[in-house]
Design a protein around this ligand. Structure first.
Ligand SMILES: C[S@@+](CC[C@H](N)C(=O)[O-])C[C@H]1O[C@@H](n2cnc3c(N)ncnc32)[C@H](O)[C@@H]1O
Ligand SMILES: Nc1nc2[nH]cc(C(=O)O)c2c(=O)[nH]1
Ligand code: SF4
Ligand SMILES: [Mg+2]
Length: 210
């Protein structure tokens, strides 16, 4: 299978339990909950997205004919060193494209594979760190993973409904939006009330990394 990649770049993981780790970000183009066009945002199933995932035009992006070619691009982006290699596969929705051959090709090059997914498509086997971020009104089928990261606030979602799902970590991430100060304060309130949850700030935005 070929892969449509928006961008591929080196940065620090800015979200969740792995915050601060050096990682190659592989961002796939396309999502099943929004077209990515601003004129469709209001009617989309997910309408607070902070990411441009349309096209294959940014640094390291493009169409990749097969898994080894794409894994080679990830390896090139990591640079020298074979220790502690980490790739974070995101999007758009990565589970539209991530498949067993790509998992195998990345593992063969010594990468641990982290994935950021909305959970509406079952995750492929072999992922080393799975982050699921549920969106209100969607059918989340992937109810097991390493971290559940809920962007907050979202109308029509009660965090309590996730607490029996099979995750090792539960995170609340304030929504980056016009009302971000209110989103932060309400996230703090929620974590204070429900100590199972931890606050995830988008550290990369604070320190000015992509
Ligand atoms: C751009 S999404 C791509 C991966 C996947 N489609 C998903 O939604 O999990 C990456 C992460 O950013 C989060 N996110 C998106 N928009 C956000 C916003 N405005 N504020 C805070 N987090 C946001 C998502 O919930 C997800 O955890
Ligand atoms: N530095 C950095 N960390 C991130 N963690 C999750 C991201 C995403 O867009 O999926 C992201 C991102 O876009 N940049
Ligand atoms: S599901 Fe993820 S990529 Fe898709 S629109 Fe929502 S936050 Fe953005
Ligand atoms: Mg991002």
């Amino acid at each position: 299978m070929s892969y449509a990649v928006k961008e591929c770049f080196l940065t620090l993981q800015g979200e969740g339990v792995q915050t601060g780790r050096r990682a190659v970000f592989l961002r796939f183009a396309g999502c099943n909950l929004w077209t990515g066009r601003e004129q469709d945002r209001d009617t989309a199933q997910c309408n607070f997205c902070d990411t441009d995932f349309v096209g294959t035009d940014v640094e390291g992006g493009g169409k990749f004919a097969d898994a080894p070619t794409l894994a080679q691009q990830v390896e090139r982006t990591w640079g020298p060193g074979t220790e502690d290699r980490l790739v974070v596969i995101t999007g758009g929705e990565p589970m539209l494209q991530l498949d067993p051959p790509l998992v195998e090709a990345l593992h063969a090059r010594g990468f641990r594979i982290a994935v950021e997914s909305n959970g509406t498509i079952s995750a492929v086997a072999g992922i080393d760190w799975l982050c699921i971020s549920p969106k209100a009104g969607t059918d989340v089928v992937q109810r097991r993973g390493n971290e559940l990261k809920l962007v907050w606030p979202q109308m029509g979602i009660d965090p309590a409904e996730f607490e029996c799902w099979d995750f090792s970590n539960f995170l609340i991430q304030p929504m980056d939006c016009e009302e971000r100060e209110w989103a932060l304060q309400d996230s703090i309130r929620l974590v204070m009330e429900r100590p199972l949850w931890r606050l995830s700030l988008q550290a990369h935005k604070v320190i000015g990394l992509p």
